[in-house]
Write a protein that binds this ligand. Structure first.
Ligand code: ADP
Ligand code: MG
Length: 288
């Protein structure tokens, strides 16, 4: 990626992107721009096309409509390796880790350092241990024992290690697919903290989530997907948590559902059905 990239500069951009799987139209006319030092959230219900979108960005799938540019140049990746070479790192929900391997081995997985010793090539274990410890500490992650099998860390801790890894290996763009979906409140908070640490290190982050609260805590921009189409695109200044939650919940769909679920009072079958509001007003009235 362009090294002269300034903070706030455009990292990547999708314009009018579409993608079909056979006859399934997974994405249609989706546009998104990501800048350095920015967290761009993509929200949507199951099946909205979120994973498809990030798979295109990450080079796992190809778009069949629209344009995708990285650092101002149009791209069409044949493999995730090509995206990674341009600094686009992706952390998938089912983290690709080897559970029984120590944290430091996982940190360097695929990028191991070797050293010549006694005529053979050996892993430079001590150096990699120290580097892992330093890289985690730089992100504010306090993990004393990097020899622990990574499988013994909590889901949140593993997400944090993956984020620190992307930052350490020079990613410019970090894509996170529902990093907090399987986590409790506290662990989600910790992961979101490292997401902001990656942003503060100058990366552009694409955060996929279906939790408007998590998105609103950290997001600079919000893109809403609904059945493969953009249902909204707002900078932070334009949208509050309440509106984000309503849009996410499907606004009018939810109002309709709530109307359908409301049922007439069964207390007095002779009385005509009353709406919940009327009922509440009535209950509040002091009884004679
Ligand atoms: N490999 C695939 N083959 C066929 N259909 C797919 C494939 N991946 C996703 N889809 C379909 O594309 C739509 C969007 O899916 P996806 O991008 O996974 O949504 P999300 O991540 O928002 O849940 C869904 O209708 C899904 O069934
Ligand atoms: Mg998905």
């Amino acid at each position: 990626m362009n090294d002269a990239l300034s903070p706030g500069g455009e990292l990547l951009s999708l314009v009018g992107v579409g993608k079909s799987y056979g006859t399934v139209r997974a994405l249609e006319d989706v546009s998104l721009t990501l800048r350095a030092g920015e967290i761009s959230c993509v929200l949507g219900d199951n099946g909205a096309g979120k994973s498809t979108l990030i798979k295109i960005i990450a080079g796992l799938h190809q778009h069949d409509e629209g344009t995708y540019t990285v650092g101002g140049e149009e791209v069409r990746f044949d493999s995730p390796r090509q995206a990674l070479d341009l600094g686009i790192a992706t952390v998938y929900q089912d983290l690709a880790v080897v559970p029984l391997m120590p944290v430091w081995r996982n940190f360097f997985l695929g990028s191991e350092r070797g050293m010549r010793r006694w005529g053979g090539l050996r892993l430079a274990a001590d150096g990699m241990r120290a580097t892992t410890r330093e890289a985690l500490a730089r992100m504010g992650i306090d993990l004393h024992d990097v020899d622990r099998p990574i499988g013994t860390l909590s889901g949140g801790q593993r997400q944090c290690v993956a984020i620190a890894r992307a930052v350490h290996f020079g990613a410019k763009v970090l894509i996170l697919d529902e990093p907090t979906a399987a986590l409790g409140v506290k662990q989600s908070g910790v992961v979101l903290k490292y997401v902001t640490a990656a942003r503060d290190a100058g990366l552009g982050v694409v955060l996929i989530t279906h939790n408007p609260h998590h998105a609103h805590l950290v997001g600079d921009h919000f893109t809403l997907l609904k059945r493969g189409r953009m249902a909204g695109s707002h900078p932070r200044a334009e949208i509050g948590l309440e509106q984000l939650t309503t849009e996410m919940a499907g606004g009018s769909d939810l109002a309709e559902l709530s109307h359908e679920l409301a049922r007439p009072s069964v207390a007095d079958p002779l009385e005509p059905p009353v709406s919940r509001e009327t009922r509440e007003t009535r209950e509040e009235r002091p009884q004679p």
